[in-house]
Design a protein around this ligand. Structure first.
Ligand code: VG1
Ligand code: CO
Length: 544
């Protein structure tokens, strides 16, 4: 193989965010070597991969295939022994994690900007996952960024494009490039965790569901598993064809963007169960008939019911949630006598806890739930977990959640997003809050009193690494909370996220509508942070 050394110069904006490097698609297309710089900086940050296996695939968005061909050539030139590529260049994020672990790969690249819209005028992204199948921890992402600041060359080679349409193997010099069918690897893993016979019987009994693939990566996986394997009727999976622009939609499974599904589930005679996944297949939304399960509650319900499911029948080692996620799962952990860890936002913080055997289940309020079966959050896994519980318990989604609230109390919860606001002003707002944090304790807000306020920081209990500046918390004496954070996944301006939570033990008050139940806290959040003054917005763009 003729290795070519190509001269290049650094870009100053290649620091990965909450989940990889995300930019406008045109940045990747039009800035010379933008992708190559990031990929080479990653290789230059790693040691010991010569002759080893790299996994590459993406969510199928615009630019996916071209990026894969570039990475395959660079991997060969940099000395990987084998490159595994998903058929058609497709790999959902959880399937990539599954494949890295199953084939004991050194690591992998996932090409995705997840729930961000796709297309030439929308977003593209790339993320490196390590040997454990999980997102690279901060010490690696920081090293990648440091390398990207002094990069002078990248390595590639002359080679024909790989035929992504056919499973099989080719050579580039000493490097074997194998196109694999990741759906079968993923389906095999799911079969080990869940009682497929019970779920099959549930569908046979006339139970109906609707799964919205949102024209993104999960469609083919959901078709294969739900319809073919488990016998759900054809048509159960809607919007199942992955498209390079996700059908022009915003592949974020929430009440605002999963429109078609929401209409069905809140319309006349809905099926018993509704679910959706995002661009890269790691998120999930769970719905019952006219009923929405918050992701925080969903995690708590899965934890409380885990031993009813074969893969978790021996119980949970521990659980974890990201800091802004509601404390619903904390209540379950307390009852089970297991530890609940509180981590910063982003899946990369769960990996060490899972590798060390400290947790089995974990999740985030942002529609992410997962377990130690892989090292990513996993949309379809969460759906199958729910199906397994529904099959065993023979109750409706709503009845299961209502019963859960009765037993553990309800953590009434909402997130308000202010999207596309001015970045400098949003940062000023956060700084202003930070400056005044220490004056808040003991202040009365209605009948509540502020217990403390801080900027969340985290010390990893496994390797002692520290993450600071992870979100401003205002904690009240009764367990209520308000959290302010700026998003780390956007590509334009800034997004302010405000998370509001209140614990309600009294079951006669569990039916109150969420926004009404949280109205006083929401008003206080607006006034204390001066949201309108800094963002020009009096109302959020998205409420989840
Ligand atoms: C958001 C979510 C976070 C999630 C991240 C990646 O990050 O809040 O919980 O881990 O997206 O999810 P941020 O920084 O924008 O709040 V995905 O499905 O986009 O990979
Ligand atoms: Co995602």
């Amino acid at each position: 193989m003729d290795i070519k050394t190509i001269a290049t110069t650094p870009y100053d904006d290649q620091r990965p965010g909450t989940s990889g490097l995300r930019k406008k698609t045109r940045v990747f297309l039009e800035k010379p070597n933008y992708l190559e710089n990031f990929v080479q900086s990653t290789f230059d940050s790693l040691e010991g991969f010569k002759g080893k296996t790299l996994v590459v695939g993406g969510d199928g968005r615009y630019g996916n295939k071209r990026a894969i061909q570039t990475i395959v050539r660079m991997a060969a030139a940099n000395g990987f022994g084998r490159v595994l590529v998903g058929k058609y260049g497709l790999l959902s994020t959880p399937a990539a994690s599954c494949v890295i672990r199953k084939y004991q790969a050194f690591g992998g690249f996932i090409l995705s900007a997840s729930h961000n819209p796709a297309g030439i005028d929308e977003d593209f992204g790339i993320k490196y996952n390590a040997t454990n199948g999980g997102p690279a921890p901060e010490k690696i992402t920081e090293a990648i960024y440091q390398h990207s600041q002094r990069i002078e060359r990248y390595l590639t080679c002359e080679a024909e494009d790989i035929h992504l349409e056919k499973v099989g193997s080719t050579q580039i010099g000493d490097t074997e490039v194998v196109v694999i069918n990741p759906i079968s690897d993923y389906a095999e893993l799911m079969q080990k965790l869940f009682d497929f016979d019970a779920i099959r019987a549930l569908f046979q009994s006339g139970f109906r569901m609707c799964f919205d693939g949102m024209h993104a990566i999960t469609g083919p996986y959901a078709k294969a598993i739900l319809e073919k394997e488990l016998g759900a009727p054809q048509g159960t999976v809607i919007n199942h064809m992955p498209r390079p622009d996700f059908g022009g939609g915003h592949p974020d499974p929430n009440l605002t963007y999963a429109e078609k599904l929401v209409k069905i589930m809140f319309g006349p005679k809905p099926p018993e169960f509704g679910a959706a996944s995002d661009g890269d297949g790691d998120r999930n939304m769970i719905l019952g008939q006219h009923f929405f399960v918050t992701p925080s509650d969903s995690l708590a319900v899965l934890a409380a019911n885990a031993t009813r499911v074969p893969g978790y029948k021996d119980g949970l080692a521990g659980v974890a949630r990201s800091m802004p996620t509601s404390a619903a799962v904390d209540q379950v952990a307390k009852a089970l006598g297991i530890t609940c860890y509180e981590t910063p936002t982003g899946w990369k913080f769960f990996g060490n806890l899972m590798d060390a055997g400290k947790i089995t289940l974990c999740g985030e309020e942002s529609f992410g739930t997962g377990s130690d079966h892989v090292r990513e959050k996993d949309g379809l896994w969460a759906v199958l977990f729910w199906l397994n519980i529904l099959a065993v318990r023979k109750m409706s989604v709503e009845a299961i959640v209502q019963e859960h609230w009765q037993k553990y109390g309800r953590n009434i919860y909402t997130r308000h997003d202010f999207e596309g606001v001015d970045k400098a002003r949003a940062e000023d707002m956060m700084q202003n809050l930070r400056n005044r944090m220490h004056t808040l304790p003991d202040r009365a807000v209605g009948t509540l009193r502020i217990a403390y306020s801080d900027d969340f920081s985290y010390t990893d209990p496994v390797d002692g690494s520290k993450a600071t500046g992870q979100g401003i918390r205002i904690q009240f004496n009764d367990g209520s909370r308000i959290v302010f954070r700026l998003s780390g996944t956007g590509t334009e301006g800034a997004t302010l996220r405000v998370y509001i939570e209140r614990y309600e033990a009294d079951s006669t008050k569990h039916q109150t509508e969420t926004q009404t139940a949280l109205k006083d806290l929401i008003a206080f959040a607006h006034s204390i942070a001066e949201i309108e003054k800094y963002t020009g917005r009096s109302k959020p763009t998205v409420i989840t």
